[in-house]
Ligand binder design. Structure first.
Ligand code: XMP
Length: 509
């Protein structure tokens, strides 16, 4: 059983970041909500208690029986986690009277303590808390301070329990990674052997054991996750994996052929289903974005179900679900409001009567890319921008017609080709053209024109949750605008979107 670290989540915005840092140190970890403890078996090497938007002084503050854990495992409390341990064991936590947000420097470090090995005083750390530990119990040793925070870090003497009031997981804490490594390696004795190759080997072995001679169907989207999931499954069960790639008529120009071709080159057993007409006829006349998404989701399920049933005796449905979709992150403020319903291939209904196999459901996006690279998948597939499931339907802010799709495909292809040839494609997180439902006056030659507007969107982001517009060079924008207006009939104006998310979103619909 591979060794792991358990992160108990009290709802901090940084919990996922802690997990990513731990994994960057080649140690496997899992996030579990504080009120839903996992099984603590011999594979667990240590426990991290996360931060929280709660104050330990609140009556309804999250609780966990850490004393039981403390007897068995090394523990690192971060921020709320540290304050919680200190308070429970008889220390005092109170509202902070000084500023404990943002940048600070350690003024004292107990360099002999294993947690601070290789970290000197003056190291920059990132604070983010309203409460502070005012007093620690007698058996606590203060192992680090800043000018304004006496207990920046503590160690409970003769135990492997530590607490820190700063955030080692954010990059502003310059030695944060070192501190985490000290905890993982020197204190928890983790062997740092969780690498993409190790992941591939254990995953393939467990897929072989789980699936035996069973058949699996998997819907490919052309994106990174489904492609990596398919290659892993293919390596495990070969021809028993049946992939389906549906052309919904809303893909980018030439994408169906290119993607199908590259899948075939990868040796995948893939069937292309050209269903453009079926999607476009169901979308005719629909302007409302949510209705578009629903129609596309419905038709996709029908088509996928038909294609899956053509595979005789299929038992499993393969999916490229990744870790952020499955983490039971604690919702301290209730479920977040649905801003847009995202149709993902994942949402297939129960009536298909298939069991689900999700080989990537423990990985973050960047880890999926690393695994894909180790599997030798074409960098062009791994480096692809995210593309929404409903495709160009939600980039035409109007009802969908084959003519509008063709116009948008042409304009988008010019845009993306230019991003690639100028080297900007890999610098932006996502880009695409949008067809606006307005017409404006122009003049071409001696003729007055009255045609549509294309908006260009390019954003930088880490995970799509927040994003900023990319500062593309004016010269590049000028070239793209010229090419679109001169070559795409029906467009006489090009604009660039300079909105960030929030308050805007990446897609317009
Ligand atoms: P927003 O527009 O919400 O988009 O800022 C965030 C990310 O999600 C993608 N997106 C979708 N993906 N189905 C999908 O599979 C959808 O309906 C959908 N809507 C938005 C968007 O492209 C961006 O990457």
């Amino acid at each position: 059983m591979p060794e792991k670290i358990i992160i108990l989540d009290f709802g901090s915005q940084y919990t996922q970041l802690i997990a990513r840092r731990v994994r960057e140190l080649n140690v496997y970890c899992e996030i579990h909500p504080f009120h839903h403890l996992p099984e603590f078996d011999s594979s667990v090497k240590g426990v991290i208690l996360s931060g929280s938007p709660y104050s330990v002084r609140q009556e309804d503050a999250p609780q966990v029986d850490f004393v039981v854990l403390q007897e068995r495992y090394p523990i690192l409390g971060v921020c709320y986690g540290a304050q919680y341990i200190a308070q429970k064991l008889g220390g005092e936590v109170k509202a902070s009277s000084t500023r404990e947000y943002g940048r600070a420097n350690l003024s004292f470090v107990e360099e002999q303590n294993p947690l601070f090995k290789g970290i000197s005083s003056n190291s920059q750390v990132w604070m983010s808390h309203a409460d502070t530990i005012a007093e620690v119990p007698d058996n606590f040793e203060i192992i680090s301070s800043t000018d304004s925070v006496k207990v920046a870090a503590y160690h409970i003497k003769n135990t492997n329990t530590f607490g820190i009031q700063f955030h080692p997981e954010v990059t502003h804490s310059t030695d944060g990674k070192q501190l985490l490594e000290n905890f993982l390696v020197d204190i928890c004795n983790c062997s740092q052997d969780w690498t993409p190759d190790a992941f591939i080997e254990t995953t393939i072995n467990s897929l072989v054991a789980q699936l035996g001679d069973d058949k699996v169907v998997l819907g490919l989207s052309g994106g990174v996750d489904s492609s990596v999931a398919a290659v892993l499954l293919h390596q495990a069960i070969g021809k028993n994996l049946h992939c389906i790639f549906v052309d919904n008529g809303l893909l980018r120009k030439g994408e169906y052929e290119q993607v199908l071709d590259s899948y075939k080159h990868m040796g995948l057993n893939v069937r292309g289903v050209n269903a453009s007409d079926r999607f476009l006829s169901q979308l005719a006349g629909i302007k409302d974005p949510e209705l578009k998404r629903k129609a596309i989701g419905r038709v996709f399920i029908e088509i996928f179900d038909d294609a899956a049933h053509e595979v005789k005796d299929v038992k499993w449905l393969g999916q490229g679900t990744i870790y952020p979709d499955v983490i039971e992150s604690v919702s301290v403020n209730g479920p977040s409001a649905t801003i847009k319903s995202h149709h993902n291939v994942g949402g297939l209904p129960d009536f298909m009567k298939l069991e689900v196999v999700e080989p990537l459901n423990t990985l973050f996006k960047d880890e999926v890319r690393r695994v894909g690279k180790a599997l030798g998948i074409d960098p062009a597939i791994l480096g692809r921008h995210p593309f929404p499931g409903p495709g160009l339907a939600i980039r035409i802010l109007d009802d969908i017609t084959p003519e509008k799709v063709a116009i948008l495909q042409e304009a988008d292809a010019i845009y993306i080709d230019n991003l690639k040839s100028s080297g900007w494609y890999d610098k932006v997180w996502q880009a695409g053209a949008i067809f606006l439902p307005v017409q404006s006056v122009g003049v071409m030659g001696d003729e007055r024109t009255y045609e549509h507007v294309i908006c260009l969107r390019a954003v930088g982001s880490v995970d799509g949750m927040t994003a900023d517009w990319s500062h593309l060079p004016y010269d590049l924008l000028a070239k793209i605008s010229n090419e679109i207006i001169n070559n795409v009939k029906g467009i006489n104006r090009v604009v660039y979107d300079i909105s960030s998310k929030p308050p805007a979103t990446i897609e317009w619909e």
